[in-house]
Design a protein around this ligand. Structure first.
Ligand SMILES: [Cu+2]
Length: 138
């Protein structure tokens, strides 16, 4: 009987270890009307107790959407594509200009300030999260 109780305890412990993803302050950068690219930024908070990964994103505004980071190489800032963003438990993963971002490539029309862009973010464990991000000039 003691063994059974221990086993149940272990199982519930495993069940409790899961990520809890909350997206805050999403926005898309306003670009000149001639630009065919922009980027989306936000804070991805993991309130849970195990990690999660952002695997891909889609947007209502762009033909192609990629996960990027900005790196400095020989004194020059450049963007590189990454396969995933890993969000550790109890951490907030910050997407911001000059850092990690969601690249929006092949804009379907010029962005307008205040316009709402819908993003779908696919997490490995938390599934797809829909986010509405306003276009901002900042
Ligand atoms: Cu980029």
């Amino acid at each position: 009987m003691k063994k059974l109780v221990l086993a149940v305890g272990l199982l519930s412990g495993v069940a409790l270890a899961k990520p809890d993803i909350v997206i805050k302050d999403p926005w898309v950068r306003l670009m000149p009307p001639t630009s065919k690219v922009s980027a989306a930024y936000m804070k991805i908070e993991n309130k849970g107790n195990s990690e999660d990964m952002l695997l891909w994103a889609k947007s209502s505004i762009s033909k192609i959407t990629q996960l990027h980071k900005t790196i400095k190489s020989n004194g020059i800032m450049k963007m590189v594509r990454v396969k995933k963003f890993t969000i550790k438990p109890k951490q907030t993963f910050i997407l911001k200009p000059g850092g990690y971002h969601i690249m929006l490539i092949g804009l379907k029309h010029p962005l307008k300030k205040g316009e709402k862009v819908t993003l779908w973010l696919k997490f490995k464990y938390s599934g797809i999260k829909k986010v509405v991000a306003p276009v901002e000039d900042k």
